[in-house]
Design a protein around this ligand. Structure first.
Ligand code: AKB
Length: 339
């Protein structure tokens, strides 16, 4: 008999770490973890299976369909915004073709099971593209359907995959003779702000200056912040990001009025993060050394997000505001980690 499982792709990433621990702690789910590199040893006890493999490998995905009954997919695997600019075509393959493969897998699974497979997809503020800095600073909190002209490959990939999810949910093979039957993929996406975790450091993102400043200070390492002090974007700590994914997954479909939801917690400038970090770690050696190219990317991302649809449809509310994020979660946990 095939076992009912939750599939987590990109299991080794920052969100994967938090999500797998949370699922193992709070649910009975059998977790199948997939990543291109061997799963972090600390996560292995929480998973019923961990697979080293590529989401572009059709044979591997075929095997997954045969061996498991997949009820929910958390598709976390992706190449982030800075890394993607070094090889946009490869990023496109992983971010878009990889997502298509997983959506296709979800369709097949749904057909076998006769019930829709939940497909939870982390999108990003990178899906936005505000044309000028002046417009960014003047703009009100961005709604999901505004500023849809991202300037990075990663942002284009995220925006397009949101649309793919909507297509697979509502219009897949709409001209086929057998179309219109059962619902297949139940796609739900969250647009995350910059994420900060006390347990892991990000790699390859452009919002990384926030977490990097904090972790470097705690480790006693010098840090060159690559954006201007006035640069402002929204952030969220990892426990709230996990809470958002779990809550959206659990929400009844009939309460959801859209496929893609913003979530947010607090917005800070790089200077404000610098001040908080310096107060906690007075020895920190942080300098501002602006990388104009990465700066240009962050300048297209909104300062604030409007998450009222998430609040209304699935009762979204972050547990951590700025004060709690730094003083109850990040600073104590990071201090302990590097002591
Ligand atoms: C990145 O910087 O690429 C990510 C993101 C904002 O999605 N952290």
């Amino acid at each position: 008999m095939r076992q009912k499982v939750v599939l987590v792709t990109g299991a080794n990433g920052e969100i994967g770490h938090g999500l797998i621990r949370h699922l193992a702690k709070t649910t009975e789910a059998n977790i199948v973890a997939l990543d291109v590199v061997p799963l972090d040893k600390s996560l292995r006890p929480f998973c019923s299976t961990y697979i080293v493999g590529d989401i572009l490998d059709q044979m591997l995905l075929g095997r997954l369909v045969v061996e498991h009954e997949i009820a929910t997919i958390y598709h976390l695997a992706s190449i982030l915004s800075t890394k993607a600019e070094y090889n946009p075509e490869t990023a496109h393959r992983i971010n878009v073709e990889g997502t298509m493969n997983l959506l296709r897998l979800a369709v097949e699974q749904s057909q076998w099971q006769g019930t829709p497979v939940r497909f939870v997809y982390p999108s990003s503020i990178a899906a936005y593209g505000i044309p000028t800095l002046n417009e960014k600073t003047q703009a009100k909190a961005a709604c999901e359907d505004e500023w849809g002209h991202p300037t990075t490959m990663y942002g284009c990939n995220k925006l397009y995959c949101e649309h793919l999810g909507r297509y697979y949910s509502s219009h897949y093979r709409q001209l086929a003779a057998d179309c219109g039957g059962s619902e297949t993929v139940d796609f739900r996406a969250i647009r995350f702000p910059g994420l900060i975790s006390a347990e892991t450091t990000p790699t390859g993102g452009t919002s990384d200056y926030g977490p990097e400043m904090l972790h470097a200070a705690a480790k006693g390492e010098d840090y060159n912040c690559f954006v201007r002090p006035d640069t402002t974007i929204p952030f969220m700590v990892m426990p709230d990001a996990i809470k958002a994914l779990i809550s959206l997954e659990a929400a009844p479909r009939n309460r959801l009025s859209q496929f893609v939801y913003n979530v947010t917690s607090f917005s800070l400038s790089a200077q404000e993060i610098f001040k908080i970090v310096l107060k906690a770690f007075p020895e920190a050696k942080i300098h501002f050394a602006v990388d104009e190219c990465r700066q240009k990317i962050v300048d297209t991302w909104p300062e604030r997000l409007d998450d009222s649809a998430a609040c209304q449809d699935w009762d979204w509310k972050p547990d951590f505001d700025c004060e709690r994020s730094f003083h109850e979660y990040l600073i104590p946990a990071i201090r302990e980690r590097y002591q």
